[in-house]
Design a protein around this ligand. Structure first.
Ligand code: ADP
Ligand code: MG
Length: 713
């Protein structure tokens, strides 16, 4: 067996399975080997039936089959298989559904390790569909059983089976690629050892060593790829913008710029202008400011300066809603200033898109606003001078790289509203010049924040009614779009390093879904109010319609998923309610809270959570008491690891596009910092990783990068 073998060489993987795997970026034995467990079940601690605690958690039992399995048909196409099994303390009734073939597996007298939840009602002790493994003296059972991330078409058993085919070959297939000095300095275990033990850990300590090693690898490879993107970005020159007189625009604004805004705009204009030369070193600047600090107008000034000098400007944002809002708020200003502005998103109709593309190409369009549709190959500019990305952290690293590719020899301006902890910002934005917008426009008030549980529901509804009666609008954010997503992970309590996280007994609260909750509110709670919902799965047009209706005050209550998280601006909205708040990251909650308090009226944020998990309570308490985005970000990093900051959109996160599957929840900031230091150390000796010692490292880096491209596309 070889790492590069196609997975179809494994037993049982035909074309159909291969296509399921391919959809998830798994093509080779190596890809599968790096499909790492997301958790482990502790089946090593065997429990006696009589000693089972009343904790409603699954436990492990070694039981002998005591009665012949009986099959009963319950309704058409449904059958039950029932039998008794016992240990030295008692016996339990075990039931499986629709698995008649198990009749031949559970023969009387044979012994299995079962793992499941025991239920005790009156006198009967029972278990339904526990997982089972035969106890065979010659083949000891694993104490910690990996739980793999699943995807369409593939179950745990199948992945485990494939892993058991692969893992015995690890020592022969896998070569160490980390340089010796890095291994020494970090005191890491070897790669074959780590890979073997992450899939088949003999005990917790060994598992932790394996996790530490592989987390380091992810961070280290990430650091290397970021450094490479950066070093290529800093070599560019771009046209200089000689005319930086922006007084026309200043005079048009309905408000005065804050000092921080003026400073940022000044810095941008300095970057853009040369002193007589045609080309200057390309601007590579990030404007960082908390939500609502007024970054958009800084971007608009940059765009204006560029248009004024006869070049085009592209503004790229992560969502259609935001693209639309920027477009609506900027196009009139630009028209008055004498420049044409257009919108291009994924849902622009083909015909219109064609026309827009040709206007971009022949230079009729000066300022183009859009989603990542803008970086597609079909978009050709006549003379692009500046690319601005808003809410940059929401884009995946690949999209950013592609954008960088598109924007060679143009100026680059990045806007970010997610306060990034200082340790991380150096890593992510290390080579960018930073303009910090550290003051809010005048008149902003603090958004008072409350954490409540279900018992406050009636009062909360009364409060909603009151806000609406006073002429204001309300956001309600739910963690799921539709009912069936109920079992999505509780991110707050999810941590792959917790050996057993399943069936958290604290997490009994029902997950609110945007669609059904909106219906309930509309029909039962607020029949006289206008309640609408919006979520990321809706068509662009529908979303735009809802968003502009909300913006125009036609909707009183907007129930949504986090699509409204970024950038959207409706000053009349004064109440933000977040349902199942424990499921969101702190920075995400801070962003959501930033949607209100944008006008002159007093605004509120209510975080609804019935979770009694200690971590959740602690996190929500931070939201209640801390209002500064940076402090919140530091807490978030400590509690949830860096994953959220590299890419805070769950759909991006799950695509694994950062290759940070393990490390994203690694709260060991020292490992994080060291990974970047080691990357710097290695690159300082061998900038392009061209040396013979680094050949394997370079190969692995290439693999990781190309895998991420496949996953994102
Ligand atoms: P963000 O930094 O979150 O992107 P925006 O640029 O969307 O914030 O600005 C938020 C709101 O503040 C907008 O309605 C904008 O018009 C307003 N605004 C921006 N700058 C000022 C200012 N200097 N004075 C008053 N209002 C401002
Ligand atoms: Mg913004």
């Amino acid at each position: 067996m070889n790492l590069n073998d196609k997975i179809t060489t494994l037993k049982g993987v035909g074309p159909k399975y291969a296509s399921y795997f391919a959809q998830n970026g798994i093509f080779t034995v190596s890809d599968l080997l790096y499909h790492l467990p997301r958790a482990y079940q502790n089946r090593g601690d065997v429990c006696r039936i009589i000693d089972t605690p009343f904790d409603f958690l699954p436990h492990s039992y070694i039981l002998t089959i005591g009665s012949e399995p009986k099959v009963a048909l319950i309704k058409r196409g449904m059958s039950l298989l029932k039998f008794k099994a016992f240990d030295d303390s008692g016996s339990v009734n075990i039931t499986y559904f629709n698995q008649n073939y198990l009749k031949d597996v559970f023969t009387i007298g044979s012994t299995f390790r079962f793992y499941g939840k025991l239920s005790r009602e009156k006198r009967t002790i029972s278990m339904t569909s526990p997982t089972y493994e035969p106890v065979i003296p010659s083949k000891p059972l694993l104490p910690l059983v990996p739980v793999y991330p699943l995807f369409n078409g593939v179950n745990q058993k199948f992945i485990s089976k494939l892993m058991s085919e692969i893992t015995p070959n690890i020592n022969d297939m896998v070569n160490e690629y980390l340089p010796e000095d890095v291994l020494d300095r970090m005191n890491l275990c070897s790669l074959p050892f780590a890979l073997k033990n992450i899939h088949t850990p003999p005990d917790e300590n060994t598992l932790n060593a394996a996790i530490r090693r592989l987390s380091f690898d992810e961070l280290f490879l990430f650091a290397l790829s970021v450094s490479q993107i950066k070093s290529s970005a800093s070599e560019y020159y771009a046209p200089s913008m000689e005319d930086t007189d922006v007084t026309d625009y200043i005079n048009m604004l309905p408000y005065e710029l804050t000092d921080a805004q003026s400073r940022a705009i000044g810095e941008i204009l300095m970057d853009l202008s040369g002193s007589g030369e045609d080309y200057v070193k390309a601007m590579n600047r990030i404007v960082v400011g908390d939500v609502g600090s007024g970054k958009t107008v800084c971007a608009a000034f940059a765009a204006y300066a560029v248009c004024k000098n006869g070049y085009q400007c592209a503004l790229m944002v992560p969502t259609e809603i935001l693209a639309n809002q920027h477009y609506v708020s900027l196009k009139d200003d630009f028209a008055k200033l004498g420049y044409s502005c257009e919108l291009l998103t994924g849902s622009t109709p083909a015909k219109e898109k064609k026309a827009i593309l040709s206007r971009i190409k022949n230079g009729d369009t000066d300022f183009i606003i859009g989603t990542h549709a803008l970086i597609q190959d079909s978009v050709e500019f006549l003379n692009l001078g500046l690319v601005i990305t808003d809410e940059q952290h929401r884009f995946g690293v690949r999209q950013r790289a592609r954008l960088a590719e598109k924007s060679k020899n143009v100026h680059v301006l990045v806007m970010s509203a997610t306060p990034i902890p200082r340790t991380l910002s150096l890593m992510i934005y290390g080579d960018l010049d930073v303009s910090l917008i550290d003051t809010m426009p005048p008149g902003r008030q603090r958004v008072d924040t409350f954490v409540v549980d279900e018992s406050y529901r009636a009062r909360l509804n009364g409060f909603i009614k009151k806000q609406v009666d006073e002429g204001h609008q309300v956001y309600i954010v739910c963690p799921a779009v539709e009912e069936k997503e109920e079992d999505i992970l509780n991110f707050a309590d999810y941590n792959p390093f917790v050996i057993e996280y399943e069936s958290k007994k604290n997490d009994t609260s029902k997950v609110k879904s945007a669609v059904s909750y909106a219906k309930e509110l509309k029909e039962e709670v607020f029949p006289t109010l206008n309640v609408e919902f919006i979520h990321g799965k809706m068509k662009g047009k529908e979303k735009d319609k809802i968003m502009s209706d909300f913006s125009d005050g036609k909707i009183d209550i907007l129930v949504s998923t986090t699509v409204i998280e970024v950038g959207v601006n409706v000053p009349n909205a004064t109440l933000m309610i977040v349902e199942n708040a424990e499921r969101f990251g702190l920075s995400q909650l801070h962003q959501l809270r930033g949607r209100v308090g944008r006008g002159k009226d007093k605004s509120y944020c209510v975080l609804v959570s019935s979770s009694s998990g200690e971590k959740s309570i602690q996190r929500l308490e931070i939201m209640r008491t801390v209002y500064d985005g940076y402090t919140i970000a530091d807490h978030d990093l400590k509690m949830r690891g860096p994953g959220d900051f590299f890419s805070s959109d769950p759909s991006i996160r799950q695509s694994g596009d950062m290759g940070l599957d393990l490390a994203k929840s690694c709260s060991d900031t020292e490992l994080l910092t060291s990974a970047f230091e080691c990357a710097r150390m290695v690159l300082s000796k061998d900038k392009h990783l061209g040396s013979r010692e680094n050949a394997l490292l370079k190969e692995r880096l290439g693999e990781v990068i190309s895998k991420n491209i496949k996953t994102v596309n």
